[in-house]
Design a protein around this ligand. Sequence first.
Ligand SMILES: [Zn+2]
Length: 461
Amino acid sequence: MRTRLLFTVTLLVLGGLPLPERLRANDEAEAEITLALVGGWLIDGNTPVPFENPVILIAGNKIKAVGRVGRVRIPTGVHVIDVQGKFILPGFIDAHAHLEGLGLGERDAEFTDTPEKLRHVILQNARLDLLSGVTSLRDCGSSELVLKLREQIEAEGPRLFASGPQLVKRDPTLPSLPLFLEYEGAKDARRKVREQIAKGIDFVKVRLTRQRPLPTLEELLAIVNEAHRAGLKVAAHVDAPHDEAVRLAVMAGVDTIEHMAPLRTYDDRLLLEMARRNILLVPTLYQIQAQRVNPLEGKDEDLIEPPLHNRLPAEILQALAQRAALWRRHVLEWRARGYDPKRALREAFRSLTRARLLGVKVALGPDTGSDLIPHGRFYKELVLYVNMGIPLIEVIQMATRLGAEALGREKEVGTIEPGKLADLIVVDGDPLLDPEALRHVVLVIKDGQVIEVPRNEAKNR
Ligand SMILES: [Zn+2]
């Protein structure tokens, strides 16, 4: 009895908690550990410096522990993956993609004109995204097929967050488009949101666009309130007229603004208001490079570079090259009239810096699936930001932690820390020295499942 008391007192002094209990807790924790990543460098999505020689313990689909080699005990018998010489990052979050798009603009239709073909394209795209390190994807507008294929998409590819068809204000003079859901008046807008929610959307996408009349504030508020009441976020596609449309989106309290419109406003109060309301910006800037700079420079090989050139069927590669040639003709015409795409990129980045200084958070999505932006190249958006002067670690945070905020899932994904879902990737090479290394994803772990990325795939298998 006395011995036992002494033992307990000693333990309380030494450890705070009686040892037998702590041991039991640890034993349980260790029994669950299924996987350990060891060595290399860790960029965790939170801290501003990379961490050398990490150990990451995974239990089932969750991250259990993160520490340094020698400081975190790896239980015996656990599957250990040695990642020496490589970088571990949180899985990427593509905050703006369209799973139905191949990157061919209206020529997508040639490959998606039956439900079977469309289904094939959706699943092929999901696979390409996962192999390129995207473990969560925000589909910002598609037909209802994407919602119906949720289980298969998530089995083949990333976690799916989908808006289904985009809401757009009806214009009685224009024919309706099949991919959009039209509303007229606040009551109708509210009803359309409810219908979408019943079909299983994860967020609402609304369009404020040049091609249609802008919604009234009342209509937009109805959409936002109905979505928020159901716990869903609202993403607003905004193109011109910039100030007016951005102000409308901000006043209505949307959660994210898609594309470059806020970067083209000349009213800093709008950006400050975005920051104050925690409205994220998803600038989709790679569009300018892909559609305007690259075609002008004849960089077709950039469009289908490794490893993507091995992963896409030959007829799609060929169609992409033809599409780039078409864009080249367009851009040459625009240039003859004084348009300079590189200048446009520089100006966009100057505005982006201003927005960030004013506190606007940025999440990344290249508008994957739209014209000349095939799936499986999310890293292109990151490389562009680094090349334009934003430090790699910050760019990675935009592509991970802030992407999770855009999804409203920052408690579950987006960083590598205990308790989060085990979504992480390993890249070969040093992205701090060369951001292009982000292309060489060699291992993807999604939901604790290891997905080997084939290195030397046979061409066009
Ligand atoms: Zn889009």
